[in-house]
Write a protein that binds this ligand. Structure first.
Ligand code: NZQ
Ligand code: ZN
Length: 392
């Protein structure tokens, strides 16, 4: 049965080439003073930075910038951005980059409106919600997280070794510029990690108990097939427009709230992965790639098998007449084949420098001291068992 839900995704999307000519008009809706956070330098190398600065200056807007936002963005960058907003009376923030820059920008925009430390918004114990944020516009340069079209953000606090994510409606970008050519320079590795992340966003929703919403399931299967089809093309031919465009749009739709509208769901691999990134600073999509097939294997039993069969048949074209358990196992194998062979991502924890040292702490934090109520309810020991499966 489909639950009641409200569909409301008010992000204006400018998709395709040559959309930057709309940028200054979009920014001017919110004021004159713009803060532009960006990452470690890719925007300068690609020439995008120069194009944006020219556009903004010619429009007579006042530009302030904050470069150096790190992958797995740190709370200190957020604090700095929030401080700059206050100091320069910023009207609107323009995030230029991947999920890390957009996420950090979201919490800068919220931090600008309060007198306390922006980490309080992310501290699970404090339960301080974002009521207000400065307007955010973004220019996406990496297809992966969907941050460009959702109201979430994930920030790392190196002091406490926490990587926490929160969703607050005021953080939804007002507008997103999605030009696939801005992703032509993304490395094969980051393209692969982005694809793994998008796949996980869909799998987290698709594999949930007791609710098969035919229309949404078909939509998610279509998104997964799109990613499986185009990620290897983009890795091989980075300037293939069709491939980059399909990945970019699929990434936004994987997590913009559409596929989970009306569907009861709780995520499993993401809370586990955030603990890996918090301690080992690994790329989010890589951590998800290692975890997801193991989590699927761990949750497979007679009560869950039907979903794996549906996935195997509809996404990987497996034989519908084979025995269900056999098809389910083959489906997991096919997913692993895509992640580790086609995308070339590392398969095990030891290969990415993770050992057993922090398993128990990471598992405890992943379940929030209780349980993860997802596809299968997982306790700390279940999560530790899944981590153990990732060792080989
Ligand atoms: O910093 P620069 O120099 O820009 O380089 C970045 C970075 O090193 C590079 N890059 C980005 N665009 C590029 C490019 N290199 C060449 N050409 C381009 N066009 O790619 C590297 C990774 O960037 P990053 O932004 O960290 O990657 P991604 O977009 O995958 O974001 C990952 C972060 O988003 C969070 C993750 O946890 C992680 O912290 N997530 C956010 C979500 C959300 N807001 O809804 C959901 C996700 O599940 C995820 O948790
Ligand atoms: Zn993700």
């Amino acid at each position: 049965m489909i639950n009641d839900f409200i569909y409301d995704i008010p992000v204006r999307v400018y998709f395709g080439r040559d959309q930057l000519r709309h940028l200054s008009a979009e920014l001017k809706k919110y004021g004159q003073r713009v803060l532009m956070p960006y990452g470690g330098g890719s925007v300068k190398r690609t020439g995008l930075y120069d194009r944006i600065v020219k556009e903004i200056r010619e429009a007579g807007l006042e530009l302030f910038e904050l470069g150096g936002i790190e992958p797995n963005p740190r709370i200190d960058s957020v604090r700095k951005g929030a401080q700059m907003c206050k100091q320069h009376h910023i009207d609107v923030l323009l995030a230029v980059g991947g999920g890390s820059v957009i996420d950090a920008t979201k919490f800068m925009a919220a931090g600008a409106c309060v007198d306390f430390d922006p980490w309080d918004f992310l501290d699970y114990g404090k339960k301080v919600t974002v009521e207000k944020a400065l307007p955010i516009v973004d220019i996406l340069t990496l297809a992966a997280t969907g941050s460009e079209m959702d109201c979430g953000g994930v920030i790392t606090n190196p002091e406490t070794k926490d990587k926490n994510g929160m969703m607050y409606p005021p953080l939804l970008p007002k507008a997103s510029f999605l030009d696939p050519t801005n992703t032509f320079t993304v490395s094969a590795y980051q393209t692969a990690c982005g694809a793994a992340d998008m796949m996980s966003h869909i799998i987290e929703v698709y594999f949930n108990m007791n609710q098969d919403l035919y229309m949404l399931d078909c939509f998610m299967e279509g998104l997964m097939k799109t990613i499986i089809r185009y990620a290897p093309v983009a890795m091989k031919n980075p300037e293939d427009y069709e491939a980059r465009a399909n990945l970019m749009w699929a990434g936004s739709w994987a997590i913009n709230g559409f596929v989970n509208g009306g569907k009861q769901q709780a995520w499993s691999c993401h809370p586990m992965e955030h603990e890996l990134s918090a301690i080992y600073d690994i790329t989010h999509g890589l951590g998800l790639a290692i975890l997801t097939p193991r989590w699927m294997e761990y949750c497979l039993d007679e009560t869950t098998v039907a979903k794996y069969v549906q996935f195997g048949i509809n996404v990987f074209g497996l034989d519908p007449s084979a025995a269900p358990m056999e098809t389910a196992r083959l489906a997991i194998e096919r997913l692993g084949d895509f992640l580790f062979n086609t995308l070339g991502l590392k398969r095990t924890f030891p290969e990415v420098g993770i050992d057993r040292q922090h398993f128990s702490l990471m598992a405890r934090k992943a379940v929030g001291g209780a349980t993860l109520p997802g596809f299968k309810t997982l306790g700390q020991h279940d999560v530790e068992a899944i981590f153990e499966m990732c060792m080989k």
